[in-house]
Design a protein around this ligand. Sequence first.
Ligand code: ADP
Length: 290
Amino acid sequence: MSCIEARGVFKSYGKTTALNGFQLSVGEGRILGLIGPNGAGKSTALMAMLGLIPFDGSLKVLGLDPWKERGALMEQVCFIADVAVLPRWMKVSQALDYMGGVHPRFDRAKAEAFLARTSIKRESKVRELSKGMVAQLHLSLVMAVDARLLVLDEPTLGLDILYRKAFYDSLLNDYFDGGRTIVVSTHQVDEIEHILTDVAFIDRGQVVLDSSMEGLETRFAELLVGPDKADAARALNPIHERQVFGRQLMIFDGADRKALAKLGEVRTPGLADLFVAKIAPRFDMKGRAA
Ligand code: ADP
């Protein structure tokens, strides 16, 4: 069954179009990375999915209309915007009490079990914890909610790389069971690439690439080619090209790998390179949109 089905979703804020025919289909049990530059419409898309803003077009989440059936949807969904933030005055024990009070599917014993693996004390206040510990606490609270869909909007913003990696590893190993669906938005692709089953690139309110990770492997190829064969490779229509230590690195969409292999080294491009190929041509060196 489909967990998220968006067809031609539009959202404007005054004169700004945030979603411009947003189209996406996510099956249950998938881990989707929603990846796009700042201002692409990631948060707006997630807010529409969570029923936090009205929109035009057709959007169903777990078979429900998020705007009209938000109450029923929220019983099955968990959402985090920033894992490093919790009310600073709260004690850890109060955070557990609070979650038990608001979420019908919160399993306190499970949260306690996650916390027991950390050095976080029940009587500590959030303001006394390090950023990484707040993230651990946040994750312990979230992982104890039996949700069908977990939505994470740039969850690791402001955390250093070690905590970001630990966060995603924990999510994959301790939470994901193949039955739940996770949607995570980010503009930092490297650290989530290994946990994703699906990816959607979003740019200017539209999904410009939507694929399973296996689908990327069959569709895209990256070729490292020397100057002598660069023109022959260009004749095969790369979608992107850049120089790497005197050789050209080219990315192809739908090219014959055997033909490419005659010209140089072929492999599957990483998400970061694909992202650059699909989206960066519009940006100049200072990151401004063309
Ligand atoms: P992202 O999450 O990818 O950075 P957003 O969904 O936050 O992108 O924003 C998409 C576009 O909509 C941007 O141009 C942003 O400035 C605009 N936008 C988002 N929220 C609002 C708002 N509440 N009022 C006006 N414009 C907004």
